[in-house]
Design a protein around this ligand. Structure first.
Ligand code: ASP
Length: 355
């Protein structure tokens, strides 16, 4: 039986015998279908998305389309200078320039829009929505994306905050001993600059957010500054429909954060939605995608000594019937959830226990 059929039959049952309270409506991966007419919306996001899920819930309650709601939600994080993984304040590419990727997908129309390697614009998710609404294209990149944003009146700003610039500069001065960039001398440095390079900190981080409204309509957005210190022009999974985001209004939505190359190679979000279509519960769908990623990680440089991936990916999935879940390769992750009228963080399931 498909998810759609089971939801319809549940609604019929629920109409005859209403449930007692909203608390009964949504549990992560519970067998209890949740999306009922008049029920509160269900919204999931990455762990940095608590303000986003709340904002999206408020907007959906006020009658907004779920796509407008999730975009408004992630806009809060895009504008936050303290989140170094998204929008303004995001960590830059290897040249010190912030390049943003984002995609949006609207379940009711099955339309999508995306931008990649977009510079100087604080809200790439808004530009992605315009690509969906005002062009016949799905993905516009680089200079073309900037010109498209300009044409629509977006203000250009320098996305590199002083804080992000200092983090980048530290990386620039520390990652190689074979170039001419030198870290500042510390008083204890007798051997002037001959010390081993400091540990290189590459940073992943993104916000994904999906919502299901009381009419059973689903939408999602993923937005990011991508992998820190990437090669200019590198595009991650976030703006790739089927990788960092996918929505099928009859089945559900999925998104990802973490090492984008691995998610692209495994069509992560599309795979999660297709697994749900085949009857897999959202958390299990996330775990299955992560298993495929782990299995396909054969490069030594990406594996620990025991063969497991030395990086993390998180998958997020929201089913049409209101079940939801998230899983990460490594334990310890959380995700944001608005359900039963409550906004909170929940633990992700994990493929491997971090020791
Ligand atoms: N998935 C993003 C990318 O690879 C980064 C992240 O989520 O950490 O660009």
């Amino acid at each position: 039986m498909s998810e759609t059929v089971s939801r319809r039959s549940f609604i019929a049952t629920a109409a005859a015998a209403p449930l007692a309270g909203t608390a009964a409506f949504a549990q992560s991966d519970s067998k209890q279908p949740a999306a009922l007419r008049g029920a509160p919306p269900i919204i999931i996001s990455s762990a940095n998305g608590l303000p986003a899920t709340q904002k999206a819930a408020d907007m959906i309650a006020a009658g907004a389309d779920p796509l407008d709601a999730v975009i408004a939600g992630v806009n809060i994080v895009e504008a936050d200078p303290n989140d170094h993984s998204v929008g303004y304040g995001g960590l830059p590419n290897e040249d010190g320039i912030v390049e943003l990727d984002s995609s949006v997908m609207h379940g009711p129309t099955h339309k999508a829009g995306a931008v990649a390697a977009l510079r100087n614009i604080m809200h790439p998710s808004q530009v992605a929505r315009l690509v969906m609404q005002r062009t016949d294209h799905v993905l516009i990149v680089g200079e073309g994306a900037l010109r498209f944003a300009r044409a629509h009146g977006f203000e250009e700003i320098n996305l590199l905050t002083d804080d992000a610039r200092k983090i980048w500069l530290k990386w620039k001065e520390s990652h190689s001993q074979d170039d001419d960039w030198l870290p500042p001398l510390e008083p204890a440095d007798k051997d002037k600059h001959s010390a081993a390079p400091r540990e290189i900190q590459y940073t992943y981080g993104t916000i994904h957010c999906s919502a299901l409204d009381a009419n059973g309509n689903i939408a999602g957005v993923t937005t990011t500054s991508g992998l820190s210190y990437k090669i200019p022009g590198r595009v991650g999974d976030s703006p790739i429909i089927g990788a960092g985001l996918y929505v099928d209004n009859e089945i559900g939505a999925a998104g990802s954060t973490g090492r984008g190359e691995s998610v692209i190679q495994n069509a992560g979000a599309f795979a999660a939605v297709e697994l749900m279509r085949a009857g897999t519960a959202p958390t299990d769908a996330c775990l299955e995608v992560l298993k495929r990623i782990a299995k396909h990680t054969t490069d030594k440089r990406l594996r620990q000594d025991d063969g497991r991936p030395n990086f993390d990916v998180k998958m997020y999935a929201l089913a049409k019937d209101g079940r939801f879940g998230s899983a990460s390769i490594w334990s310890g992750g959380q995700f944001a959830v608005y359900a039963d009228g409550r906004n909170r963080l929940e633990d992700c399931a994990a493929l491997y226990e971090r020791k």
